[in-house]
Design a protein around this ligand. Structure first.
Ligand code: PLP
Length: 423
């Protein structure tokens, strides 16, 4: 199959106006756009990098999340990928949103999402952003310090606050514990301080770190939130919201880990917050929804070969997308990404140690610190990186004059009709 009636009026770089997605003849065929676009661009002689974003797959991720965690309401973490069509689809599916700044609040509210479906989940906010939340009716705000309480008391006294706690034990690819979260020992004091300021604390939250490796971390964190609920009630707060944060893995290969997390969460919820106690449970998944939904194709724009002592060849490939574009997150990932080479070889090619660089003049602009094993390729060849939907385009810059990557969003007829009938 191939897309019918492609409407590819891509918006200006950085524009928040949603460009029209490509409408596919049937669901599940978005990946076929990758070779098709490669062919088209190669014929045109314009081998710019691009990303395909499969909006049907995004719907699938949402369904998988709800199936595994039926009592948890997802508030999608906008920072993970803030493409307008991603937000539009999720808004139509009825998710809530976790926003980190005024800009994200504006983007989500601009879609017509009710302020009650938003949590402003950055524990350290600028005063002007707090004021904007107050003006816009966004009431759920996280905090983890007394200083934040003082700002909220002055600028948003009607807020419904959620106390973000530190995690005791967790292994994750991107830990967040140093920067955010109040230690359990400090929570009693913070809850009393909120009470003294006349502020309402309604719940507790945590983040086990993005791409969490240890499902049991949720059990400990939920148990700790239970303690915070008890402390809050003693201080006179009406505690009714448990926020599990993010941390859920996003690749297809991490299915078993996600299922284990869901088992741990469902059991801990039944133990500490059983049904009938009136506690609403939400989460802020980002990576889980987005990582596997995008595929990126890049082109080799330059190449160098070097001879090592012993006569071994090493290669340097220079790609037209890199650290300052959509691949900023790669350097912080525990395992180097190995792209798929789009090239036919007469027989199984031997692999060589290769360094992958981005296109800018900065030496830091590379895709991994270690070499990766790839076949001998040439200038003009294409490489494909799957699983590039999380923290990629949303972290891009135009450093050195390289534009933000073009993203082709695609959806099938079912999703299109859902969006047409969505309120
Ligand atoms: N919630 C908060 C407060 C975060 O800071 C983040 C990520 O940094 C997320 C949710 C999303 O996390 P993940 O992508 O691991 O689901």
């Amino acid at each position: 199959t191939h897309p019918g009636n492609p409407k590819e009026q891509l918006g200006a770089v950085g524009s928040l106006l949603p460009s029209e997605p490509i409408i596919l003849e049937q669901e599940g065929s978005a990946w076929q756009l990758v070779p098709r676009k490669i062919q088209e661009l190669t014929i045109k002689g314009c081998q710019d990098p691009f990303m395909v974003l499969d909006l049907d797959a995004l719907v699938g991720r949402h369904q998988t999340f709800l199936q595994a965690l039926p009592q948890v309401q997802p508030f999608y973490a906008v920072k993970c990928n803030s493409r307008p069509w991603v937000l539009r689809v999720l808004a139509a599916l009825g998710t809530g949103f976790d926003c980190a700044s005024q800009g994200e609040l504006e983007q989500v509210l601009g879609l017509g999402v009710a302020p009650s479906r938003i949590i402003f989940a950055n524990p350290c906010k600028a005063v002007s952003h707090i004021r904007y939340a107050a003006r816009s009716g966004v009431q759920l705000l996280t905090f983890d310090s007394e200083e934040e309480l003082a700002k909220v008391a002055q600028h948003h006294p009607g807020a419904r606050l959620v106390l973000r706690i530190q995690i005791q034990k967790s292994q994750s690819s991107f830990p967040l514990n140093d920067k955010f979260g109040a230690p359990l020992e400090a929570c009693g004091h913070l809850l009393q301080a909120a009470r003294d300021l006349g502020l309402a604390v309604v719940g507790a939250s945590f983040h086990v770190g993005s791409d969490c490796q240890t499902p049991q971390s949720y059990q400990q964190a939920i148990a700790d939130c239970h303690c915070v609920f008890e402390m809050g009630r003693r201080a006179g707060h009406h505690m009714s919201l448990l926020d599990l944060g993010g941390g859920f893995p996003g690749t297809e290969g991490s299915k078993a880990r996600f299922e284990e997390m869901a088992r741990v969460i469902n059991a801990a919820r039944a133990q500490y917050f059983p049904e009938g106690t009136g506690v609403e449970v939400i989460a802020e998944p980002g990576r889980f929804y987005m990582e596997s939904v995008c595929t990126t194709a890049v082109n080799i724009i330059a190449k160098k070969a070097a001879l090592e002592s012993g006569g071994h060849r090493k290669l340097k490939y220079y790609l037209n997308e890199g650290y300052y574009g959509a691949f900023r997150i790669f350097l912080r990932e525990p395992v180097s990404r190995i792209p798929i080479a789009v090239k036919e070889f007469p027989s199984e090619p031997s692999l060589l140690p290769c360094t992958l660089y981005g296109p800018t003049c900065d030496a830091f602009d590379r895709l991994s610190l270690k070499e990766v094993q790839l076949p001998e390729l040439d200038v003009g060849d294409w490489l494909i990186f799957p699983d590039t939907g999380a923290y990629t385009s949303s972290m891009s810059s135009t450093f050195n004059g390289f534009p933000i990557i073009t993203v082709y969003e695609a959806m099938g007829p079912h999703l299109r009709s859902l969006l047409e009938t969505a309120p």
